[in-house]
Design a protein around this ligand. Structure first.
Ligand SMILES: *Cc1c(COP(=O)(O)O)cnc(C)c1O
Length: 420
């Protein structure tokens, strides 16, 4: 393997984990870190200036989401947004019922919030997705009960990029007065965020996936939706989120979403083409490779492929040495040895999940970057396959090593076909 010093270039292909901040966002934030340092709660000039910055961002979000400014609650990121949307809503609506419906491929922020609620006496149904990673709205419908208060389905998946039929699910829920939450952290760079068209009551986004700052996010809370705070100690954000506002972060999030909104259509088309180019090259030039997730109902920047017989982790480390950054699934699970719960939820065996590798493209990605990747990837795969002790069946389905899942770390046990 070549030494770090010999590397010709650096190719970053992990935009689903983090995006570089757009310089226009940084510029908008700068003065709020130094000159305009006031507490937005202050009634004097410094405070009013800070509050003006927040108000401007709130109006930008309201325009992009097609909602009222007071329906926007700023948070510390996507995680807090999901926790507030799920735990805050469930607790506030317990008088109406205690059943929640979600899917097996949600982000851990949603899954672990649901688990925490199960310990509080709520019941959660985890609906399976189809083998292509898209949830069937009919399956959501048949999971509903008289005491269902909340349904949570992500807009687009962070690992395999599948886009979920949010509008169709919203139609099913509309007349039943069931609150509908969607995690739009991955979708917000590419998809329409009009909450009226989507028909959702709660929508979560964050700054770090849209070329904005990390550690800031927002929740759209439809007027009339009861949400109990999860943080205590202040009346900020309409008494829904206590704590001094992250003024530079909020200003940056507003600017980042404005830019994403302007770029959406063109950048989506550009990246879709590059995505399909990379998928076609990998699956044609490397034998025994399988695309995870739907080929069409997919984010423009997501390529997730299982390269059979080798560990995704090993591929990732080799590629890093050649100057290429990618991931084996969600960044949140890359430090643990558990295989991706998302790939397993597709009905794929343990070995396919371990073999998965994710390339997520971004604004800086050019065709040459993908060609550079393809200069090295086939050789890396050949090298690793030579030393691999295993050969996996290409059309294998379901669990191959049930004993590997006995541990407490596997969270989506409920009614997923993989865990029976
Ligand atoms: C990144 C991400 C989150 C978590 O957002 P943070 O801002 O890191 O807390 C939640 N959901 C999805 C789909 C994400 O991609």
């Amino acid at each position: 393997m070549s030494k770090e010093t010999e590397i010709k270039r650096r190719v970053y292909l992990d935009h689903a984990a983090a995006t570089p901040m757009d310089l226009r966002v940084k510029e908008a934030m700068d003065s709020y870190m130094t000159d305009e340092y006031g507490n937005a709660g202050g009634l004097y000039r410094e405070g009013r200036r800070a509050k003006d910055g927040i108000d401007h961002a709130r109006k930008s979000l309201a325009r992009i989401l097609s909602c009222r400014p007071d329906e926007v609650v700023f948070t510390s990121g996507g995680t807090e947004g999901d926790v507030l949307a799920i735990i805050g809503t469930a607790r506030a609506n317990k008088d109406r019922g205690s059943h929640i419906v979600t899917t097996t491929i949600e982000h851990q922020a949603v899954l672990e919030s649901c688990e925490a609620l199960e310990k509080e006496g709520f019941e959660v149904t985890y609906v399976d997705v189809e083998p292509n990673g898209v949830v069937d709205p009919k399956k959501i419908e048949s999971a509903l009960r008289d005491d269902t208060i909340l349904v949570s389905v992500m807009y687009a998946n962070n690992e395999i990029g599948t886009i979920q039929p949010i509008r169709n699910i919203a139609k099913i829920l509309k007349d039943r007065k069931i609150i509908f939450h969607t995690d739009a952290c991955q979708a917000s760079e590419y998809l329409d965020l009009d909450v009226q068209k989507l028909g959702v009551d709660l929508l979560v986004l964050n700054g770090s996936k849209v070329y904005g700052p990390k550690g800031v996010g927002a929740v759209f809370v439809r007027n009339g939706t009861r949400v109990r705070p999860i943080l205590f100690g202040g009346a900020q954000e309409g008494k829904r989120r206590a704590g001094t506002e992250n003024v530079p972060g909020i200003v940056g999030l507003g600017r980042a979403l404005e830019i994403a909104d302007e770029m959406k259509v063109r950048e989506g088309a550009r990246l879709s083409e590059l995505r399909d180019y990379l998928i076609s090259r990998i699956t044609k030039e490397i034998k025994r490779t399988i695309l995870n997730g739907d080929a069409k109902e997919r984010l423009p920047n997501n390529v997730n492929i299982s390269i059979l017989d080798i560990e995704g982790e090993a591929t990732l480390l080799y590629l890093d040495n050649y100057g290429i950054a990618c991931s084996t699934g969600s960044a949140c699970t890359s430090e643990s040895l558990d295989p991706s719960h998302v790939i397993l939820a597709l009905g794929k065996p343990y070995e396919h999940a371990h073999a998965s590798i994710r390339f997520t493209l971004g604004r800086g990605t050019k065709k040459e970057d993908l060609d550079y990747l393809m200069e090295y990837l086939p050789g890396v795969v050949t090298t690793l396959r030579k030393i691999s002790p295993i050969t996996v069946e290409e059309d294998a389905k379901g669990m191959s090593h049930p004993e590997a899942f006995a541990g407490e770390n596997m969270r989506v046990k409920a009614n997923s076909k993989n865990y029976k």
